[in-house]
Ligand binder design. Structure first.
Ligand SMILES: [Fe+2]
Length: 293
């Protein structure tokens, strides 16, 4: 290690220690028995049910700073509304009318975009921290991973307020990381049906049962401010129940990628984050493929 990298590392470690209790979770030391056990537990749960939670990951005082920051920025939120099916695909009349493709639900939600979050934010300090990135990659069993290049979507706060709902869906991306910042008085519970489909089998009948309200095989996540969740939502049908205030469902969404350069497509960025920036158009013109998503 050069003197410069040693100094960088010491600064990152010092900043991270203000946010994460490194005595309880020594994530800076991957050889530490506590960390090894934690990583093993995360990997096992991710393999088993695609979901793992680390309770009290963020220190209470840092939690409160994140909550106040999100609250301060709430007037600048970009809210969007959309009807979608669980696959986030277009309605297709080749499917029968009772197929989940035709099951549309209204999503209302908002983002506090990353570019308006102050540079001294605890949330961004945790995200733009190589020690944290390395730890997340270790838990996921995926390396290398990178923090994202998208200036709006890289690490926003996702917000659901009174009456908002994030309906049942499958994720297109391989994994997500989230940190709870605030929970509403009622609702806002994350529900998921792990392994309801596989690469080979959509298991349409089981998906229909869950959409029709059957709770068999559906888990409720224990989710409190300061908790960190690792989730593989490609094969788990999941939703956030309707939120009832006072209080909001506020979740930090630190996004990690296996490809550091790709950003959202301009249309996607406008729809979910309210605008597109030059980088979205530039990188769109240089995309390596012409796939639809
Ligand atoms: Fe999702």
């Amino acid at each position: 290690m050069t003197a410069k990298t040693q100094k960088d590392y010491a600064l990152q470690l010092e900043r991270l220690a203000q946010i994460v209790d490194l005595e309880k979770y020594p994530i800076h030391d991957l050889e530490h028995p506590v960390t090894k056990e934690l990583v093993a537990r995360c990997r096992e749960q991710l393999d088993d049910i695609g979901c793992s939670v680390i309770a009290d990951f963020v220190r209470p005082e840092a939690q409160e700073r994140m909550r106040l920051e999100a609250r301060r920025l709430l007037p600048c939120i970009f809210r969007s509304e959309q009807e979608h099916n669980p696959y986030m695909t277009k309605k297709d009349d080749r499917f029968s009318s009772d197929h989940p493709n035709h099951y549309l639900q209204r999503r209302t939600a908002g983002f506090i975009n990353t570019d308006i979050i102050p540079a001294d934010s605890d949330m961004l300090a945790m995200y733009d921290n190589d020690i944290m990135t390395r730890f997340v990659g270790e838990c996921l069993g995926i390396w290398p991973i990178y923090t994202w290049a998208d200036p709006l979507a890289r690490c926003p706060y996702g917000v659901l307020e009174d009456g908002d709902y994030f309906p049942w869906h499958f994720d297109g991306n391989e994994f997500t990381v989230s940190v709870s910042v605030e929970q509403p008085a009622e609702g806002g519970i994350f529900e998921y049906a792990p392994n309801i489909r596989t690469k080979e089998d959509e298991n349409i009948d089981a998906v229909k049962r869950v959409l029709n309200g059957d709770k068999k095989g559906v888990y409720e996540l224990e989710w409190k401010p300061g908790y960190l969740q690792l989730f593989k939502g490609r094969y788990a049908l999941h939703r956030v129940q309707k939120v009832k205030g006072p209080g909001a469902w506020i979740t930090a969404l630190p996004t990690y990628m296996t490809d550091p350069d790709t950003v959202n497509r301009p249309e996607h960025s406008k729809q979910f984050y309210g605008r597109a920036l030059p980088i979205h158009f530039e990188r769109e013109a240089n995309r390596p493929d012409n796939l639809l998503d």
